[in-house]
Design a protein around this ligand. Structure first.
Ligand code: RB5
Length: 169
């Protein structure tokens, strides 16, 4: 698995602390910045990672800022990205199993390094379950493809492509 990781200045220290965790997991990763604690703008780094993941250069992305929130908002503006902010193991796992999240964001000002490492491990290791969740993720993807005002048609097309219904949960 190839992962792109980045942060702004407020997430720099946590990013540095999480890189050994990626290495322990055997994940191949590139650090796309920032490279010190000088003030920068989180959208620049969120966009860089999101575009690289959406282009298929990386399988997944990890973005760290002060709260995780600005990075998440930014990344989700890029078509093809399903970014989540998770500061607990359960949410991190579920974001993979049900939502096929391809970017994880966390906040250095929110979570300690030990918990953040456990959240990252859980998120990297959890797999998408497919099935009924695939149908729902296809509906999210249809929103990426829908021109303004054409969302209904895109949703209908996504439904038509969906796999057979599974028991609802
Ligand atoms: C930087 O002060 C802070 O706003 C940023 O790191 C992030 O938390 C934004 O969502």
């Amino acid at each position: 698995m190839r992962v792109a990781i980045a942060s702004d200045h407020a997430g720099y220290r946590l990013k540095e602390l999480l890189k050994p965790t990626l290495a322990e997991l055997g994940v191949e990763f590139d650090d796309l910045g920032t490279y010190d604690e000088s003030s920068v703008d989180y959208p620049d780094y969120g966009e860089k990672v999101a575009r690289a993941v959406a282009a298929g250069e990386y399988d997944r992305g990890v973005l760290i800022c002060g709260t995780g929130l600005g990075m998440c908002i930014t990344a989700n503006k890029v078509p093809g990205i399903r970014a989540v902010t998770a500061h607990d193991v359960f949410s991190a796992q579920m974001s993979r199993r049900h939502n096929d999240a391809n970017i994880l964001t966390m906040g250095e000002r929110v979570v300690g390094p030990g918990v953040a490492a456990e959240v990252l491990k859980a998120w990297i290791q959890a797999e998408f379950e497919g099935g009924r969740h695939l149908r729902r993720v296809e509906k999210i993807k249809a929103l990426d493809r829908a021109p303004a005002g054409a969302a209904d048609g895109a949703q209908a097309a996504a439904c038509a492509r969906a796999a057979a219904d599974a028991p609802e949960r």
